[in-house]
Design a protein. Structure first.
Lengths: 314, 231
């Protein structure tokens, strides 16, 4: 069986499974999976920059929050419906990613990590500073009447799951297509050896900027969708914790793989969910499992699958 | 023609090249010979824009190329294969070549030509570059540079650490490229390898020109090499 056939079967099968699960899962897990798919889209955005291009950012909460607040403020103060509010979130995340990319990409390595972290912290503090508009830590609850597109009510489990699946599938197929395209190959080449890519004639800065904007846009879309589907927009989502989460999800799932972000998000979500039902020291349990995984599956779950079973896993 | 006119360059405040001048004509192999630290690799890095020039100029076909960004220099037809090959290890052989083709805006006929020169790579197209032997990696690095359709090729110790059969294969391709009109600047430590392919040999010491001689003269009188290298 060729690599292309296996790729279609694996990735198409995964999307089909996610589609079918909405009819099979009990209400609790149904809601969880919708949330996981939105967060996995966030992780997929992070993966474009970290997994494929080799840019380790510590500030992706900024992009998630830019999309979320772009959507939320448009809905709260301009009375925008879902389409207009999501568009506002999309534009906000593109603009923020472009500005951050243009400035942060003038640094590299540790400098890049620090600059992206500082940008995200600045974003978080701006949200708190303009608390009269953003309601700071308290956040904004999205009016249910505006979370409707015609007769479709995104606050209901069915439409919410379907919208989350649509968002996830879009990010998933976009990432898959991009990484099989010549553009994606150049991103991987930059990750592997930036100087060599430059010596072949590639404008490395432009490619990296494109990666930051695509990554920031995907993360911003996830943030906007999260606010719309779960009805809440808050400063917590701009905190440093939400810059670390996507890094963990991608590392656990497998950096530089298309399915890795979903696997990592799903695993981490249920690890915390299940362990917190058993003990109040659930973060200790999560920590021990993460250490074990780092020791025995250093390339992440999908990364190990690629190393041991299928070298061609995209 | 590639022309270096009294270039001065170095790392930070440490100057390595001092008023170095060279020319590489189309269809010519010019070898740079000098002791370790003489400035051979630095010369190549200065040509590629990896090191800013303190003064002097690098010209390609009469046009100064010292000013543009490094990636634009490659786009003007200079292929550079640094010491240590530096492939994209996670990508397959085919994908490495595809990246070169895309950079050079070259068609499939260029790929076919590169694979004809290195038939062994055809058998390895789906293999990841990091799993190739040292000789195959050098072949791939050279083939990828050829995908750029270079007018000038810079080769930094291409036979370092290779077995004799691989050295012969690389040497054959270098001479084929020369016969096709590509100008080649070659850095080599092995004097026998230099004499087997070079048209001219430029000796440098402490970043300065010593003398440039016809290779034929060196082949006739190997004592000249000892005189210039002090070996």
């Amino acid at each position: 069986m060729s690599d292309s056939t296996k790729t279609v079967i694996l990735h198409g099968g995964l999307l089909a499974l996610l589609f079918l699960l909405q009819f099979l899962l009990p209400a609790y897990h149904h809601g969880n999976l919708a949330r996981i798919m939105v967060l996995a889209t966030f992780a997929m955005g992070y993966n474009v920059m970290f997994g494929y291009t080799g840019l380790l950012s510590l500030g992706h909460a900024l992009f998630f929050a830019a999309g979320m607040y772009g959507m939320g403020l448009a809905m709260q103060y301009a009375g925008a419906g879902p389409v207009l509010a999501m568009s506002a979130g999309l534009v906000a995340s593109i603009v923020v990613a472009l500005v951050v990319g243009l400035l942060a990409l003038r640094t590299a390595g540790v400098g890049f990590m620090i600059v992206t972290l500082m940008f995200a912290q600045a974003g978080y503090l701006i949200i708190l500073y303009y608390g009269a508009w953003t309601r700071g830590d308290e956040g904004l609850v999205m009016p249910q009447a505006l979370r409707m597109l015609g007769a479709i009510d995104f606050s209901q489990p069915g439409p919410r799951y379907f919208a989350a699946l649509g968002l996830f599938a879009t990010g998933f197929l976009l990432t898959l297509w991009m990484m099989r395209s010549p553009f994606g190959k150049v991103l991987i080449a930059i990750r592997e050896n930036e100087e060599r890519a430059r010596m072949l004639g590639y404008d490395v800065f432009r490619y990296k900027l494109a990666a930051v904007v695509i990554s920031g846009t995907l993360c911003g879309l996830a943030g906007a969708a999260y606010g719309l589907l779960f009805g809440y927009v808050g400063a917590t989502f701009a905190s440093v914790q939400y810059s670390i989460f996507p890094l963990l999800w991608v590392l656990l799932g497998g950096a530089g793989t298309v399915i890795g972000p979903l696997i990592g998000t799903l695993f981490m979500f249920y690890l915390i969910d299940l362990s917190s039902a058993v003990t109040s020291a659930y973060m200790l349990v999560a920590g021990v499992v993460l250490v074990l995984l780092t020791l025995f599956a250093p390339q992440g779950l999908a990364g190990e699958l690629r190393a041991r079973v299928w070298r061609g896993l995209p | 023609m590639l022309e270096l006119n009294k270039i001065n360059a170095g790392y930070g405040r440490a100057q390595i090249l001092r008023d170095l001048s060279l020319t590489v004509s189309p269809g010519e192999i010019l070898c740079l010979l000098g002791r370790n630290g003489a400035g051979k690799t630095t010369t190549m890095q200065a040509i590629m824009g990896l090191l800013p020039l303190m003064s002097g100029a690098v010209r390609l076909e009469g046009e100064e190329i010292s000013k543009p960004a490094a990636h634009k220099i490659a786009g003007r037809g200079i292929g550079y294969i640094p010491q240590g090959r530096r492939l994209f290890g996670e990508l397959t052989v085919a994908q490495n070549l595809e990246i070169g083709l895309r950079a050079g805006r070259s068609g499939p006929e260029v790929l076919e030509d590169a694979l004809e020169l290195f038939p062994r790579l055809r058998e390895r197209l789906t293999q990841r570059a990091q799993t190739l032997s040292g000789g195959e990696q050098q072949m791939l690095a050279t083939a990828r540079a050829l995908c750029l359709r270079p007018r000038i090729l810079l080769l930094d110790e291409p036979t370092e650490g290779l077995q004799p059969s691989m050295i012969a294969a690389i040497r054959d391709v270098i001479t084929v490229m020369r016969d096709r009109g590509v100008g080649i600047l070659l850095v080599e430590q092995r004097v026998d390898a230099v004499l087997s392919v070079a048209d001219r040999v430029a000796f440098i010491e402490n970043g300065r020109n010593l003398e440039t001689l016809e290779a034929e003269a060196l082949r006739r009188d190997p004592g000249l090499i000892a005189k210039h290298l002090g070996v």
